[in-house]
Design a protein around this ligand. Sequence first.
Ligand code: EPU
Length: 450
Amino acid sequence: MDVLKIRGGKPLQGTIKASGAKNAMTKLLVASLLSDRKCTFYNVPNIGDVEITLNLCREIGSEIHWDKQNGVLEIHTKELKTSYVPQKYSGANRIPILMIGALLGRTNEDIIVPTIGGDLIGARPVDFHIHALQKLGARIEYREMKKEGAYFAQAHGGLKGSIITLVYPSVGATENTILAAIRAKGTTLIKNAALEPEIIDLILFLQKMGAHITVEADRTIRIQHVEQFVEAEHHVLTDRNEVASYAMAAIATKGRVFIEGAEHIHMIAFLNKLREIGGGFQIKKNGIEFFYQDELRGIHLETDVHPGFMTDWQQPFVVLLTQAKGVSVVHETVYENRFGYTQMLKEMGADISLFTQCLGGKSCRFAASDHHHSLVVKGISSLHGKNISIPDLRAGFAYVMAALLAQDESTISNAPFLDRGYEDLVGKLVSLGADIERGAVRKEALSLQK
Ligand code: EPU
């Protein structure tokens, strides 16, 4: 069993370089499938989700050359070998469903993609994607296959531009609709679109490829039909999740870390909350330095779509709040079920209570549900080491942070979850002075009841 062993209690000190963004890179690869021209990417993160996405692309005929040392990747999908993404990718990540949008205008064959995976942080349905693609003229059906179901999609009659209003500004549904709309005849308007920095990065790349896309006021994206694409190259956006993760770990451990390449523009909501709790940061020419300066204090925090406070920052931020004096309230409004990880934090010594009500701020989509989507955390708690199993990527980093704070040793299993989104996690933490190592242990040797 692949585990991380962490002996906490050491402040993180030093400099690391931010990697390219997982949630941009994976979509950029899918976008490259629209065209038969070569696409070149720089600042490509060497992470599991990029590997999975590349395997999906290879299955349908992409030729790929990846210089991992220099973070340069070329992808060229001259023609589609197949539009069937095998069942073995079922549950692998959230990417297969986006391949429908990219491939609909490129083939007359049925596009078949397995059911999608990703982190277990709520129901994560794809109804917005399906409705939007249907509105553009696609026929999409869910059919049972041998082991599991798959989505079958085709647009034999061609795609036609339309006005699509998303019920909620979903990141994936916005991306899928943009990709399909590029080849839809006429103009498409996506209203109530998500405008996360990773979506803007996707639009920048698509524009380089030849697409005609305008971001209008009031969450509207306008896409005009194009057929011709050109070779394109793109420097991938920096990962704001990774930057925030190390920033929180630096402050929680009372350390000081400079993150080279951290981009101020994408961190505004995060930096405001850091300032409110009393965490230190300084914006420099080529990055941001984060540091502990004085006792942290409790706050109210609400997650939201961009430009709000990102849901992916929530889990490690709760660990940070265990080190803030007084009471903090956190209201999760993006996912209905993103607090499962708090049980282990409680076992490590955190004082956290969950609520089904919307605490503080506004009432959200989950107000009338039974989901625990608000919490109260009281600090300062002293955390102790445990044997921990990681349930998902961001909870995984939250546990790493908790283990870095604990005075004794923690053993963290399911470490490959972290590889999906954090490039060279152990290397970066070791360079900051953390006492962490990766190794294998026999399953029986690891009692999760410790
Ligand atoms: N939703 C629906 N129906 C849909 C699509 C979404 O009800 O058809 C709901 C979801 O269940 C959720 C909300 O809408 O409650 C927002 O989901 P969204 O579609 O925006 O999320 P996503 O595209 O599946 C991406 C990131 C997530 C990140 C969210 C929100 C990728 C691969 N994933 O997911 O990142 O939390 O946007 O910003 O881009 C992570 O990196 O750890 C991660 C989970």
